[in-house]
Design a protein. Sequence first.
Length: 325
Amino acid sequence: QVFRSQLSVSSVSDQDAYRAGLQPVSQWKAYGLNGYPGFIFIPNPFFPGCQRHWVKQCLKLYPQKPNVCNLDLHMAPEETIDLWGQSKEQLRRKGSGKKEPRSLLEKLRWVTLGYHYNWDTKKYSANHHTPFPSDLAFLSEQVAAACGFRGFQAQAGILNYYHFDSSLGIHVDESELDHSRPLLSFSFGQSSIFLLGGLRREEAPTAMFMHSGDIMVMSGLSRLLYHAVPRVLPGPSGAALPACLEQAPSPDLPAGSVIEHSSEEDWQVCAKYLQSSRINMTVRQVLSEGQNFPEESGINGKGQAPTEDCHHQEKGRAKRHKPDS
């Protein structure tokens, strides 16, 4: 059922790959699945230590304003302006006691970037947009080009934050207006089970593991398949953190690299968080070249709580991102 996928090695220079923290594309392994045309699975292609940059960005930088997160729905703006600053001491001191209060970072469930997804209407809109992070856009462009999608524009991102008692219900990502461009998924931290289904909700899915650093690309006929994350679980080694996260990046990063070295203090906070968590970044192109959003009335574009089709579940009970959750 599994076969090797061909990548477009000449589309990404080794220098550009390195600037994104990636090994040369000629060294990547990529796989497809029979019956799922356009689905590409790339086991961790990152240089040692470079995953740390993306973890830190997802915890320290990307949740900052003007980006939108689930906590904005039931907290005042001044309370969510610095989730990292309010959480790092609490995380650093955290022991193994399950009854300890959760920090704000541990209550984070999603962050939206670029065109902000409206969980209520399941749409994007022109009037709810903030600048997309340039480093994540560069990473996404290199991965898309390596998979044969040169000119990919990273326009929207949804970051999901999972814990061992979290899951993501079955859903399909169809809100983007341009389905000819791929959906890119990057995973960091603890492992998960990923279910890849069919064009109909009731079709039996194929299950696979997602480990730290793994990348999935859903394109072509696989772009609109149902999928879910039913379980987050410790990595295969049994260690507190996957081995690929234990090493710091090389001190000699290339000129123009988007990878930044993390301070040891910052990384210790990230490492403590990841001992029981997984972060997933999904990046999408919403509009094709020259395309505009259709005119709509009565929609303000603000992020709302997820509906039942796409939400985290915890401890077997649906837990929606609403003010009373």
